[in-house]
Design a binder for this molecule. Structure first.
Ligand SMILES: *Cc1c(COP(=O)(O)O)cnc(C)c1O
Length: 397
């Protein structure tokens, strides 16, 4: 996945443009910047890449989620449905707005189970946020239909599936708003950065203002701009945008490599009858950022992971005991360990976490192995790695 593996002259040139002008701020300083507007250019490039009318760059993927939800009017006391398997950023970004994350089961796509989403809707539900984990996606048609019927906003977190498509459309562009991260380990990186994409002009203007202290960005005199509403600082810097600009132009190259390697893993490992591949919804094409498969049970999965480690197969994980990505170990969330007081409404709204068990999610996560696909590997390395993985698994079945 990580674009940093292939940094080169293109990234250096873009960064040097910014350093030579001395303007690290994305807005203003028109006279000093030698015509360099890296954040603006990156937004235009992302709009093309993700086939979306509007793009707002922000400082991280976590910020992108908060900004996307705020732009759609989600705030205090509202419920947002998210999957049990995601990254901690999902509930953090929701809680920052005073809203309540409602976690529901995943299915064999490793993302939201539409039936679980439907069952969790209440009069407080405002949005459904699908998280396209590990390079693939949820059943977006089913989720869109549920959102349409219930008048809910559909937000896509495509941070881990940059470049994957659903019925020919880039992930992130299907729902009302899409969120991306360009942090240091993502398929394309800025170091730290993120983006919100949308075809809805009102949401876009909200995102544009909200991520820069509520500035209206009318004219080219920041001192004369007004603040139509309260905002925050989630801006990206020109330096970060410069790295991203070089990277996004290389995305097709990165995707070709990832997908070629994904195919090798899939073809080699699927020859073992006890292995099932992750389900990709009809019409979906993975980004190839990860290779995902299921083993028959949790015990075998743990043994395989252990044997992978002992035999030098790095970058493969089972998330059952992981405290970044899966609900089982999120004690800080379940116990509401906060630096500052949390509202009674949110406390009550989250009390279900103490009593709910997510057996369906456990069933899938317990048997899943997710392997990062690195851009810097050679095809020969991938083939021998896949072969080695297959041998290890067969020896343990
Ligand atoms: C990386 C990631 C984020 C957060 O992105 P940052 O840029 O690190 O804040 C959010 N959601 C998912 C699924 C991610 O993988």
């Amino acid at each position: 996945m990580p674009g940093f593996e292939l940094f080169g002259d293109l990234e250096r040139k873009e960064v040097n443009d910014v350093l030579d002008s001395g303007v690290l701020m994305r807005y203003g300083f028109d006279g000093m910047r030698n015509g360099h507007w890296k954040a603006n250019e990156l937004e235009a490039e992302l709009a093309k890449t993700f086939n979306s009318k509007h793009v707002q760059l922000v400082s991280s993927g976590t910020a992108a989620v908060s900004v996307a939800l705020a732009s759609a009017g989600v705030g205090a006391g509202d419920e947002v449905i998210i999957p049990t398997f995601t990254f901690v950023a999902s509930f953090e970004a929701i809680m920052m707005l005073g809203a309540i994350p409602v976690l529901v089961d995943i299915d064999d796509t490793l993302t939201l189970d539409p039936k679980a989403v439907e069952a969790a809707i209440t009069s407080k539900t405002k949005a459904v946020m699908v998280v396209h984990m590990c390079g693939s996606m949820a059943n977006l048609n089913a989720l869109q239909e549920i959102c349409d019927v219930n008048n809910l906003v559909l937000v896509e977190d495509a941070c881990q599936a940059i470049g994957a498509t659903y019925e020919g459309k880039p992930l992130g562009s299907v729902g009302d708003l899409g969120c991306f991260s360009f942090d240091f380990v993502k398929t394309i990186t800025c170091g730290e950065g993120g983006a919100v994409i949308t075809n809805n002009r009102d949401y876009y203007l909200n995102a544009d203002h909200y991520s820069d202290h509520g500035h209206d960005h009318i004219g080219n005199d920041r001192g004369a701009e007004t603040h139509p509403f309260l905002g925050y600082n989630f801006r990206i810097s020109e330096l970060h945008a410069a790295v991203g600009l070089a990277q996004v132009r290389r995305l097709p190259e990165f995707l070709d490599i990832q997908r070629k390697y994904l195919k090798i893993f899939q073809e080699t490992l699927s020859q073992i009858s006890e292995i099932t591949l992750r389900t990709v919804p009809e019409g979906g094409e993975e980004s190839g950022a990860f290779f995902n498969f299921f083993l028959p049970d949790l015990e075998t999965t743990r043994e395989v992971i252990k044997a992978f480690k002992e035999n030098g197969i790095d970058a493969c994980w089972n998330y059952y005991d992981n405290n970044w990505h899966y609900i089982r170990k999120w004690d800080h969330l379940k116990d509401l360990k906060s630096l500052f007081p949390i509202s009674e409404e949110v406390k009550v709204g989250l009390s279900y976490l103490k009593t709910t068990s997510f057996e369906q999610s456990d069933y899938y996560i317990g048997r899943n192995i997710s392997c990062l696909i690195k851009l810097s590997w050679t095809e020969e390395e991938v083939k021998s790695r896949a072969q080695k993985m297959a041998e290890i698994i067969k020896s343990l079945l």
